[in-house]
Each structure stands twice: as structure tokens, then as C-alpha cells.
Design a protein around this ligand. Structure first.
Ligand SMILES: [Zn+2]
Length: 68
């Protein structure tokens, strides 16, 4: 069961709430003030373009400029 982070829009408290599929955001009650203005915090690990482009040295050619 997923646990979401909520932040109370009333007192600003942050808390975790175990949310079931039948649980609505409106039903989440702040444990601090009892308000029902909790906002679900989306903290998804956004991994965009995880291409490990390591290295790729551009100008690493040995200086062999032949000026004679
Ligand atoms: Zn609150």
C-alpha cells in the first residue's frame, strides 16, 4: 500500500498517510490541526534521460602539428 507525503494547507504540517485505493485526498485529515486541506506531495524520482554519457573528450588529440 502506498504511503504518500502530505502537507497540510492549513497549518503547514507535513505527514505521511497510508493511502488506499478507496481513500480520497479529501478524507486525509491533518494529524496536527485536524484540517482537511492536505495536499499530496508528488515526490516521484524523475529519472529523465539517464544516459551515462561519461567521457567523450573532444579535443584530446596529441599535438602533432607539423610546422616545418
Ligand atoms: Zn494541519
Amino acid at each position: 500500500m502506498p504511503i504518500y507525503d502530505f502537507s497540510c494547507g492549513q497549518c503547514g504540517a507535513t505527514f505521511e498517510e497510508l493511502v488506499r485505493s478507496t481513500t480520497k485526498d479529501e478524507e486525509v485529515v491533518c494529524p496536527e490541526c485536524g484540517g482537511k486541506q492536505a495536499e499530496r506531495q508528488i515526490s516521484a524520482p524523475s529519472v529523465l534521460g539517464a544516459s551515462s554519457n561519461v567521457g567523450g573528450g573532444g579535443c584530446s588529440a596529441p599535438a602533432g602539428s607539423g610546422f616545418t
